[in-house]
Design a protein around this ligand. Structure first.
Ligand SMILES: C[S@@+](CC[C@H](N)C(=O)[O-])C[C@H]1O[C@@H](n2cnc3c(N)ncnc32)[C@H](O)[C@@H]1O
Length: 366
């Protein structure tokens, strides 16, 4: 990832000033008090560091731990800043201040008066401002819902979100009428794209790139938990077979992206059998926890077992989306685009007037 023109910011703004005493890296909990060397090693590694779980609530020992704030992986921060393509004179709106590190990198290069960051969590917003001050910087960090942008600072030339959205709010377009938005984008099935949206005269047109994994916007976040919270009534499932290998979807990022347009409210999980069978179960789990499906890949088979439970037939939905994508000639994600106007968001193929068929545009990703 090209570090210029951010090299001075990365070198001068010490990440350790932004990271709390107790952190998680992957599954590893690290305390600065008990493991100072490990803490420092993590802080200066190219890793994402979880800085808050379950919105900062005290969490019982066996409770699911949902990461709710983090200091993003530095190379991913640089990737986003490269996509943002800010010029020296630009005024930047960041959504999701988190630790304040990204706002501070921006402030270091563009000047603190050119950076405002909106954070939905009051405690985090206050801490982010303190962290920035400890680094000698003072981007404006405000408490609020980033969905509304920050009207008092408009016009902004660049808008960067550091949480994932299913829909680019029109407020961001209105507040950067001739600028650019970069945001992690997608629904539950495939939230792994950056949307890069250029705005002209109040209309945004954008494309998708990268494979980022960001936490979802706190105001529209689906419930998450252990697999067993989503899997129930296994004996009551309807059992059929499918001729489509589940791996045709599970292992093809373009198929996942397009199927994800039809399944913004269900997530998927491929699980490899822990024997030598080579079998992989592709789970699809509805956010509302009412429906689930599994399709079992088995080597050398032409037909694969499917189980579905609940009011929705999630494998059938994924299969229908896959077939539509196949009929379109299996386009790569980089042929998809999105338009954002006062009417909302539209997803298209190749040109903005070529809106995708209904079967690939379920609510809210229409
Ligand atoms: C990945 S962290 C941000 C990392 C941060 N930019 C940094 O440099 O440390 C995402 C942050 O977005 C915040 N967030 C989530 N939804 C939000 C929303 N709707 N408006 C504003 N902030 C939000 C979370 O509270 C969390 O702190």
């Amino acid at each position: 990832m090209p570090i210029a023109p951010w090299g001075d910011a990365v070198a001068d703004v010490r990440r350790d000033l932004f990271i709390p005493e107790d952190i998680e890296v992957g599954d590893e909990a690290i305390s600065r008090t008990t493991s100072p060397a490990r803490w420092l090693e993590a802080v200066y590694s190219d890793v994402s560091i979880t800085t808050q779980v379950n919105d900062g609530r005290s969490t019982a020992h066996d409770e699911y731990r949902l990461p709710t704030s983090s200091s993003s992986q530095p190379s991913v921060m640089l990737e986003m800043l490269s996509l943002l393509d800010a010029r020296e004179t630009d005024r930047i709106l960041e959504l999701g201040a988190g630790t304040g590190l990204n706002a501070s990198w921006l402030a270091h290069r563009l000047g603190s008066s050119h950076v405002v960051s909106v954070e939905i969590d009051t405690v985090l917003a206050e801490q982010a401002a303190k962290n920035a001050a400890a680094a000698g910087l003072s981007p404006l960090i405000v408490h609020g819902d980033g969905t509304r942008g920050w009207p008092p600072g408009a016009p902004h030339q660049r808008v960067i979100a550091t949480y994932a959205v299913t829909e680019i709010p029109y407020a961001w377009v209105e507040q950067a009428r001739h600028g650019r938005i970069v945001a992690p984008w997608g629904g539950s099935f495939f939230p792994y794209s950056f949307a890069v949206v250029d705005i002209r005269d109040g209309r945004g047109h954008g494309t998708f790139t990268g494979y980022p994994a960001f936490m979802r916007s706190r105001n529209s976040r689906p419930a998450r938990g252990y697999l067993n919270d989503f899997l129930h009534h296994r004996k009551d499932a309807t059992e059929t077979t499918t001729s489509l290998s589940p791996l045709a979807i599970a292992q093809d990022a373009d198929a996942l992206f397009f199927a994800g347009l039809a399944l913004p409210d269900a997530w998927h999980l491929p699980i490899t059998a822990d024997d030598d069978s080579g079998e992989i179960t592709f789970w699809i789990l509805a956010d509302d926890q009412n429906s689930w499906a599994s399709a079992d890949y088995m080597p050398d088979r032409q037909e694969y077992p499917v189980a579905q439970y609940g009011p929705r037939r999630l494998w059938d939905e994924a299969l229908a989306a896959y077939r539509t994508w196949d009929d379109l000639g299996r386009p790569a994600r980089d042929r998809a685009g999105l338009s954002v106007t006062s009417q909302g968001q539209r997803i298209w193929l190749d040109t903005p007037d070529n809106v995708l068929p209904d079967s690939l545009s379920a609510h809210p990703l229409i």
